[in-house]
Every structure is written in C-alpha cells, then in structure tokens.
Design a protein around this ligand. Structure first.
Ligand code: MG
Length: 164
C-alpha cells in the first residue's frame, strides 16, 4: 500500500506530466504557426511521451492500491518568441521535472517505500536523457543563430523524430 503522503505526491506528479504534455503541445502549435513543421512534429512526439509518463504513474498508483485523483491542468504559455526560446523553455521545464522526480525519490526513501523508489528509478534515468536532448538542441540553435538555412536543416532533422 502507498502511504497517503506518497499517494498525494504521485498524484501531483501525474498532474505535472499532464502539464508537460500540455506545454509541449502549446509549443507545437506555436512552431507550426511559424512554419517550423519539423520542430512542431518533434514537440507533438514529446507531448505524447509525457502522456505516457502520466499513465505510467497512474498505473502504478492503482497497482499499489492507491486512488488517482485528477486536478486541473494549468494553462501553458502560448507565445515563445522564437525556436531558441521554445527549446530553452523546454530545457528549463525538464530541469524542473527532474527536481520533482528527485523530491519523490527523497520522499520514497523517507517513507521506506522501496517499491516506489524502485519504480521511480526509470524516471530518474529518463530525466537524464530528457535534459541532455533539450540541452543538445539548445546548443545547436545557439550555434546556428538566425541563419535561415541552418534553422531549415535543423527543422528537417528534428522532424525525423518518431514516437518510440
Ligand atoms: Mg515526463
């Protein structure tokens, strides 16, 4: 069984993952409007992954005899200025999510909840990857600056990302 504290914290994480999907979808619409169709598609795949993260936790809470309680999803930003700002915002958001996962692990340890700690190990690894991906793209965009050709090539490259 999950402790009430752990259950509440996992429910909050479900909300954060749903919000992640929401913010990446919002980035996708912003990018599509600016005709960065490859980056928009990349963000749609990212949003899909976030929904899967939410559902993974949802399944775990139920499996452990807890109750999933859904809360309102906050309104995401809709104006990101330019592609560099989009990916900088994404990187900042992933750092926030990593901290949130770390806090969950801390709580699982404090509650002596080994099953939850073990479950969260996947998310700890996933966050290393998420931060590295976004950081790499931010670096590439800084390198390109506002050179249209470079942005066009990167847009095409990012559009090749497929759902896992
Ligand atoms: Mg996630």
């Amino acid at each position: 069984m999950l402790s009430k504290k752990m259950e509440k914290a996992l429910n909050e994480q479900i909300n954060k993952e749903m919000f992640s999907a929401y913010i990446y979808l919002s980035m996708a619409t912003f990018l599509a409007e600016k005709r960065y169709d490859g980056m928009a598609s990349f963000m749609q795949v990212q949003a899909q992954e976030e929904l899967e993260h939410a559902m993974k936790i949802y399944g775990f809470v139920e499996e452990r005899g807890g109750r999933v309680l859904l809360d309102a999803i906050a309104k995401p930003d809709s104006d990101f200025q330019n592609p560099l700002k989009v990916f900088e915002t994404a990187l900042g958001h992933e750092k926030f999510i990593s901290k949130s996962i770390n806090d969950l692990v801390d709580l699982a340890i404090a509650e002596k909840d080994h099953a939850t700690k073990e479950f969260l190990a996947w998310f700890v690894k996933e966050q290393v990857e998420e931060e590295a991906n976004m950081d790499r793209i931010v670096g590439q965009m800084q390198m390109i600056g506002d050179h249209g050709h470079g942005l066009f090539m990167l847009d095409r490259h990012l559009g090749e990302r497929k759902a896992d």
